[in-house]
Design a protein around this ligand. Structure first.
Ligand code: MCN
Length: 792
């Protein structure tokens, strides 16, 4: 019997490499490369009048200086709009180097390539760009007012406007015994991977081939986008994602201007070129998210059941829309979480501002939506004097109602349908874990000590494992070693471990013999990327199917060689044996030798194969008619819809009566991502997500002034939680299988961060006794709220 690998808390195989400093990140590569630096706009909105590079050209070591006018062919075109949508009536994307106008501080205007980064930066200092400043639009209120425009030809700064309605909301609200209206806000924030973006490209002039390395979440996307920009056949471009030090969504964008420009200059100059983002660049020229204002009206009955929900919200999409409306459409369709809203109308406006672009950031639109929905649940409970968990439970979709269709359409125009989940069971577990029913005693004990505490709760549902597809390739070498590749990339999720677990389980080999490669277009040119918590579902299933194919093939070949029936064979620990006759066996390495008409006898397995020469007819094709040579198999997994994970969090916070400091005393999570491939990794993902969520709830905000300057564009000023601010996270799991995929799994990578703002707001509100309607909340904010509340 092979050890049960699926579901085992196997320690991450990549960690020894990573924690001993042996990871190879982008900046560890390309020491022979020229390096690029950029002159970026210091203004949020301005016309470019003149670019004077005369003083920079002669700087010793400068290889090239480029402005927009130097770009040719597709390089001069605006960057692609990656996800169009019919409602995106005024989509706009940036040029790789700004043409005529800049629309946010940090937009690249000039590229300098030089011997090294120091020289490139020195040359940048000598370049003088003359700007004519234009009126600046910062913040949703200003964008909505429409007095000034980000793009002259976009009236009201409205990139997109979309409404969906299920049922008659107006009638439901009129008929409801109770109604409430809430104004809610979540501020802009951003992912902060430890390793910023980076790209390194080598051009091989003799072969006309480009090899790129990029710190990306999609090597196939970068490859395709860059090939198109440079007018190269796909076959002539390779892209490899080395170790990637975090992505959290920002590295899914492709191509980033720098990716296209570095590849283009590498070809132009015939020399390797590299660019590594610095932290300030990450703040002002990568991507942000989260910024939304919500106006919610809810109608409900005396029991707290929602009868109608009317949500209007405004999304700050920054200066351009490469990702269309993906973030607000996720908010609008997944805001409902585990609840049935009666009639539902959601309407949003996606607005341009003179700030950094938006791309999906871990959770992608859900933290905002969950914040809005959960504030509503708490407000209903408060109004009716009901228990907050009870109100939630009365509105739950029941397991018997699965699959559940809210009647909403997702980005692709298809209905969004929950496949599975048991919300009452999750809530039951959470209440037990946090001690929900005993909290009044906990509070009384705290109050007796003069402490103010509050308990908060938040529930969410998350569409994970979205298509269109992902592939897996499994190959057994004659040594018995198993090579596994999948095209999506890894940024720290532990894919080398979980995919090896799946293959060990499915094929019947030792995990030590499995070697996993991700994100290399040479190995697997067909792939999408790592985002939307999709790797486990997509590549996990594709790899499982590929391993099953290899297993079936191994059994066919071995049955033939051993002259037994396939049904009499088993594979365990890399050996195929005849059930009941353990002496009659052959290693998978030997099967691999037999699978290949050219049987090199260089290793043990090959020599072992010779013992079957008698039973193996040399005149017969060495593999069955429908097989190809080699013990390998490939498969793809392509679902028709997302699978829905869900979770519920609760937290106990303490607020300081004098300093208004907010401390999280306990943080509890119940999570359901179906069967867990590796519970230790899932918990690590949940912990990381909660840590990021705590940042979003209490610390992290993009502090723009009205002229569009980002005032906190460094780690000196942008607060992130340290280990000391992240509470110990107590977790429990439910494993409701998805009926949609062979392994029954759902994604887990974003879950942790989704409800944290909602939960912390709920707990602070419970502690303080007045509504919390805006996150993040700092001690200053809380102090100010207390002052206003006291003043009535
Ligand atoms: N897993 C599991 N069993 C399940 C579900 C997941 O064992 N039922 C494991 C997976 O095999 C994988 C991990 O949990 O090792 C996360 O899986 P999944 O939910 O499929 O998410 P992805 O691997 O697709 O990762 C993407 C997701 C997203 S969208 C963001 S953003 C994010 C995240 O993962 N960025 C991360 N986690 C991150 N973790 C790190 N360290 N760095 C990032 O940039």
């Amino acid at each position: 019997m092979t050890t049960q690998m699926f579901g085992a808390p196997v320690r991450r195989r990549e960690d020894p490499r990573l924690v001993t400093g042996n990871g190879r990140f982008l900046d560890d590569l390309g020491h022979d490369a020229l390096e690029a630096a950029f002159v970026r706009s210091p203004h949020a909105h301005a016309r470019i009048v003149d670019v004077d590079v005369a003083d920079a050209i002669d700087v010793e070591g400068v290889a090239g200086i480029y402005v927009h006018e130097d770009l040719t062919g597709p390089m001069a075109e605006p960057l692609p709009l990656l996800i169009p949508h019919p409602s995106l009536t005024h989509g706009r994307t940036a040029h790789a180097l700004a043409r005529d106008e800049v629309n946010h501080v940090g937009e690249a205007v000039v590229m300098v390539v030089a011997r090294n980064r120091y020289v490139a930066e020195d040359a940048c200092q000598r370049i003088r760009v003359t700007y004519e400043q234009l009126p600046v639009v910062v913040g949703i209120e200003t964008a909505r007012a429409g007095e000034h425009l980000v793009h002259e030809d976009v009236p009201g700064n409205i990139a997109a406007h979309l409404t969906q309605e299920v049922g008659d909301v107006e009638a439901a609200l009129v008929a409801a015994p109770h109604t409430l209206t809430l104004d809610l806000a979540i501020e802009r924030s951003a992912s902060m991977p430890l390793e910023g973006k980076g790209v390194y490209a080598r051009w091989d002039d003799e072969r006309g081939e480009l090899r790129m390395y990029s710190s990306t979440q999609t090597s196939t996307g970068v490859r395709a986008a860059v090939a198109a920009r440079l007018g190269l056949p796909l076959a002539k471009v390779e892209c490899i994602a080395p170790d990637v030090g975090g992505g959290f969504g920002v590295k899914i964008m492709h191509p980033w201007p720098e990716e296209a420009l570095v590849a283009w200059t590498a070809r132009l100059l015939g020399q390797p070129v590299k660019w590594t983002e610095d932290r300030r660049e990450h703040f002002v020229s990568s991507a942000h998210e989260r910024g939304q204002l919500h106006e919610v009206t809810v109608g409900f009955d005396d029991e707290g059941r929602v009868l109608g929900l009317d949500v209007r919200f405004w999304h700050d999409n920054g200066a351009y829309t490469p990702y269309g409306i993906i973030v607000p459409i996720i908010t609008s369709t997944q805001l409902l979480g585990p609840y049935k809203p009666g009639a539902y109308r959601v309407e949003f406006w996606s607005l341009y501002t003179n700030t950094v672009i938006v791309t999906p950031y871990r959770g992608a639109g859900r933290p905002q939506g969950v914040f809005a929905m959960e504030r509503v649940m708490d407000a209903i409970a408060e109004q009716l004097g009901l228990d907050r968990a009870e109100v939630r439970s009365r509105n739950f979709i029941q397991p018997s109602e699965m699959p559940y269709d809210h009647g909403l359409l997702f980005q692709d125009g298809r209905p969004l349908k929950y496949d599975s989940g048991d919300f009452p069971a999750s809530l039951h577990k959470l209440k037990k874990l946090v001690g929900w029913d005993d909290f009044s005693e906990y509070r009384a004990a705290a109050e007796a000590e003069g402490r103010t505490v509050g308990l908060g709760i938040g529930c969410y549902v998350e569409g994970t494992g979205v298509g269109p597809y992902e592939g897996g390739h499994v190959q057994v070498e004659t040594s018995g070693r198993v090579n596994v590749s999948t095209g999506l990339t890894s940024q720290g999720q532990g894919h080398e471990t979980v995919f090896a677990q799946i293959v060990a389980q499915e094929l019947g080999v030792r995990i030590e013999d499995v070697h996993v490669t991700t994100g290399d277009t040479r190995r697997m040119p067909y792939a999408v990327g790592t985002f939307a918590s999709r790797a486990a579902v997509m590549s996990g299933n594709a790899i499982a199917l590929a391993a099953r194919n290899v297993r079936a093939k191994a059994l066919r070949i071995a049955a033939d060689a051993l002259e037994v029936s396939v049904d009499d064979l088993d594979i365990a620990d890399g050996t195929v044996s005849v059930r009941g006759a353990p002496g009659t066996a052959m290693s998978l390495g030997t099967v691999s030798v037999l699978s290949n008409p050219l049987r090199y006898a260089f290793d043990e397995a090959a020599q072992a194969a010779t013992q079957f020469a008698g039973t193996f007819d040399p005149d017969k094709p060495p593999v069955a008619d429908d097989d190809e040579p080699g013990l390998e198999g490939k498969d793809f997994y392509s679902p028709t819809q997302a699978t829905f994970a869900n979770g519920m969090h609760a937290a106990i916070v303490e607020t300081d009566p004098v300093t208004a400091e907010i401390r999280i005393l306990r943080y509890c999570v119940v999570h359901d991502c179906g069967p867990m491939i590796n519970p230790m990794i899932v918990e690590g993902q949940v912990h990381g997500g909660v840590a990021q969520g705590v940042g979003g709830a209490l610390y992290e905000r993009m502090d723009y002034d009205s002229s569009g300057q980002l005032l906190n564009a460094s780690f000196m000023d942008f607060l992130m939680p340290y280990a000391s601010e992240v509470p110990e996270i107590e977790t429990d799991h439910l494993e409701t299988p998805s009926p949609l995929n062979p392994l029954g799994i759902k994604g887990a990578g974003e879950a942790g961060c989704i409800p944290v703002s909602a939960v912390i707001a709920s707990a602070i509100e419970d502690a303080e006794g007045f509504p919390i309607t805006r996150m993040p909340i700092s001690p200053n904010d809380l102090w100010e709220l207390r002052r206003r509340h006291a003043a009535g």
